[in-house]
Design a protein around this ligand. Structure first.
Ligand SMILES: [Zn+2]
Length: 221
């Protein structure tokens, strides 16, 4: 079954929207689109956009909206997008959302179907800051639901576990605050357009799946 819709997944870091986007892409035959992947691909292929973006990315700066949106519009014109697509991690700001809406309108997709994966901040902090990584093989553990047998060491190769700087509680809080400030207004914008669906992403995986399937089957009809 082809969904033939423009999907946008919103949600804070740790809400699991990337995993869900990949599953939905597979299940509904839509393309999974990440602007980060697109930019890296454009740079690797040396396209015009890639040439513009490369020095900016090498300086570690954010690629301006004009470049990203031109790239998105070009990407959506390719045949593999014809059955629909799901954006994961884009748009991030209100101006990006407004301009993406113009592109979708112009290309005949109409309004997007937006799904906001909501998770209470305290749950996210627990999820993200409980994450430890193996310094040898990169295995990921979580003190909550996947603890190592021996605290501080990898089950597979005995490597010492460490916490990525991004996952340290103070940094996690900063990331969530930044997300709230920048991306929360998007949910409001889409709500006003009547296209926002909220999924409780703190629920168990099967329940998240069920809620998502219900939304998507209504969209198919
Ligand atoms: Zn390991």
């Amino acid at each position: 079954m082809a969904l033939k819709r423009a999907l946008i997944f919103l949600g804070p870091p740790g809400a699991g929207k990337g995993t869900q986007a990949k599953r939905v892409a597979q299940r509904y035959g839509v393309l999974h689109l990440s602007t980060g992947d697109m930019l890296r691909d454009a740079v690797a292929r040396g396209t015009k956009i890639g040439q513009l973006a490369k020095p900016i990315m090498e300086r570690g700066e954010l690629v301006p909206d004009d470049i990203v949106l031109a790239m998105v519009e070009e990407r959506l014109s390719r045949p593999d997008c014809a059955d629909g697509f799901v954006f994961d991690g884009f748009p991030r700001t209100l101006p990006q959302a407004q301009r993406l809406d113009e592109i979708l309108e112009r290309r005949g997709w109409g309004k997007p179907l937006v799904i906001d994966f909501e998770v209470p901040a305290e749950v996210l902090i627990r999820r993200l800051s409980g994450r430890w990584m193996c310094s040898v093989g990169g295995e990921i553990y979580n003190v909550l639901d996947h603890p190592p047998k021996k605290i501080g060491f990898c089950d597979v190769d005995g490597g010492k576990l460490y916490q990525r700087p991004d996952d340290q509680p103070a940094v996690v809080k900063d990331r969530l605050v930044a997300y709230e400030r920048q991306t929360r207004p998007l949910a409001e914008y889409y709500r006003k357009r009547g296209v926002l669906n909220v999924v409780d992403a703190s629920a168990r995986m099967e329940e998240v799946d069920r809620a998502l399937a219900a939304i998507l089957s209504r969209a198919e009809g």
